[in-house]
Design a protein around this ligand. Sequence first.
Ligand code: PNS
Length: 168
Amino acid sequence: MPPKPTSVIAIYPGSFDPITNGHLDLIARGVKLVDQLVVAILRNETKQPLFSVDERMAMCRDVLGEFENVTVECFNGLLVNYAAERGATLILRGIRAISDYEYELQMALMNRRLRPDIETVFLMSGEAHSFISSRLVKEIIRLGGNIAGLVPPVVEARLKERFLGEQK
Ligand code: PNS
């Protein structure tokens, strides 16, 4: 059996387009379980994101500044390869509802097949956040709805700027 790592690094991967209060809640709880948590933004050229990777990283860094042991990075290619390069032994993911489960199970099992030494750990979303998604937040602001409380204030300002042309 390989020796237990002395410092536990976890990767919290995602699109974060943009980061929501649901992500923040998961990060705040996840970081307590590990020595270092890496919020890793996928540089996915096939998706059409609202914000560039640099913009998403800047927003994440802005809102995660208070956490000493959280870093924000981006990655290309297979998540498990990036996790291994980064010295991580855990992948952290959130589950909001049963509808997330199938997709998450499939990814976790595939990732385990690719690299059995990296475990996926799931945290349940806080009940106050279980209905929040980046996709819905973007839809709501695009259609003129109120997104206060769904995303951090800096992200709300960036979304308003993008959709409503309001200045920061
Ligand atoms: O927040 P998202 O968009 O649901 O995150 C999905 C993400 C980034 C975790 C997933 O698409 C991913 O890990 N992509 C990297 C490529 C990869 O490793 N694919 C195989 C997954 S089994």
